[in-house]
Write a protein that binds this ligand. Sequence first.
Ligand code: SG7
Ligand code: ZN
Length: 261
Amino acid sequence: KLDPRSMSVKTKKTASDAEQISRLRASQSPIAISLTRCPTWTSLDPLQFKGYWDNNATGILLNNGSTAYFTFDTSARPTLSGGPLLGEYIFEQMHFHWSVDDFTGCEHVLDGHGYAAECHFVHYNSKYESLEAAVGHPDGLAVVGFLLEAVFAPNPRFDMLVEGLEHIKKNESVFHLTSESLAWIARDDLHEGSYVTYKGSLTTPPYTECVTWIIYEKPIWIGFEQLGLLRQLEGPNSQPIERNVRPTQRHPPGHSVIYVK
Ligand code: SG7
Ligand code: ZN
């Protein structure tokens, strides 16, 4: 006799974890997250950061008047895949958010803890032609965020980027760097730690809901002097950019945030 349950198992296509995440409801970002209230998933594939370090790749560090960001000026195309993501996402740029103090410079808030800064690695889905095209789709972007905790000792991981910051104090200035300044993301075991993932939005206008967010639980430390260089960057009015953080947004009803261990 046929067991109806076994039939349904055979005939119904079961969604992979990544497929389930791709269908989650979007929301505005950033958000405050309570880790203990998130469902925990332990069986996702590891996230894979590829091609971040290439001897010949160079990039630029730019002050666009609201943040400092690094992007490649060669054809280097690091990629991100695995974890909650379906398919491959192409690295576009990495930027920072900060504030005047050491506790309100992060955008995402985990278990009520505020940090000095947050850095975002922005990637777009390789099935779209460009970042601009990808922004129009719910599965368009994948942004990896690290919370940055202020400490006395400078973090060697940020040495190259920070050296560049000294040269881009003025709005719309540019400094050339090599891809080595981002190599730490692939070299470190940082990304073997746990993270939270949810469907959200850009944290700056036009706040489009096109982002799969991946926020690592463990903060990275950054030296007070290194932070000071971020805080010296000037906006269009030639005054230091004091704060480029969007406040946390409400979770819509039924919104899911998943804790991946
Ligand atoms: C920063 O954050 C910039 C924007 C970025 C925005 O203002 O890094 O990028 C540029 C080139 O100005 O916008 C589409 C995009 O990446 C929002 O990014 S975020 O949601 O990851 N914070
Ligand atoms: Zn950002």
